[in-house]
Write a protein that binds this ligand. Structure first.
Ligand SMILES: Nc1ncnc2c1ncn2[C@@H]1O[C@H](COP(=O)(O)OP(=O)(O)OP(=O)(O)O)[C@@H](O)[C@H]1O
Ligand SMILES: [Mg+2]
Length: 165
């Protein structure tokens, strides 16, 4: 079974999910973070980067406009937001596949259309905001974790262990 559902009743819960993600990722992992605008995708990635040792004084800007930010925290991580990407033909210019091949962890918002182009085998974290709920309401979220290959199933199992889920 490679799917797990996690309630996110508070920002604190999302931070715990981020801690589990930080413990789970290994070089070359692809993590697709999905969910509607304002779901908390950047919040989750930011918290995971903090868990991995990014100092508080270093800001984590959303890559909404720059599309890609990278971090060297011993482990190399690349945070991308592909919402504004024009299509798969624009993907190679970002160099994400090369980064992945070189051992970086890719944390990608709005990345579902590009999973295959990024090499597949993705750990998908999908944040749901309950229909009709205000996105600022802390009580309305949950996340589903799904794996689509051997590597991502291993990451999912590490996450599940870290979460006690
Ligand atoms: N349980 C929660 N988990 C995460 N974020 C929460 C939660 N409850 C409230 N929030 C708030 O929701 C907002 C999420 O914003 P964020 O930029 O992370 O969204 P996003 O999914 O990256 O949006 P976009 O699609 O625009 O990139 C933040 O202001 C955060 O404080
Ligand atoms: Mg975002």
């Amino acid at each position: 079974m490679s799917s797990v559902s996690i309630p996110l009743p508070s920002r604190r819960a999302t931070k715990l999910l981020a801690r589990a993600l930080a413990l789970a990722v290994k070089p070359g992992d692809l993590v697709i973070v999905s969910g509607p605008l304002g779901a908390g995708k950047t919040f989750l990635v930011r918290a995971a980067l903090r868990e991995l040792g990014l100092p508080e004084e270093e800001a984590v800007a959303s890559p909404t406009f720059s599309l890609v930010h990278d971090y060297d925290l011993g482990l190399r991580l690349v945070h991308a937001d592909l919402y504004r990407l024009g299509g798969v033909e624009e993907l190679p210019a970002l160099g994400l596949s090369e980064e992945r091949d070189a051992g970086a962890v890719l944390l990608v918002e709005w990345g579902e259309p590009y999973v295959a182009a990024l090499g597949g085998d993705a750990l998908a974290i999908t944040i749901r905001v309950r229909p009709g709920a205000d996105a600022a309401n802390e009580t309305s979220r949950s996340a589903t974790l799904e794996a689509s290959g051997t590597r991502s199933r291993a990451a999912l199992e590490r996450m599940r262990a870290a979460l006690g889920a």
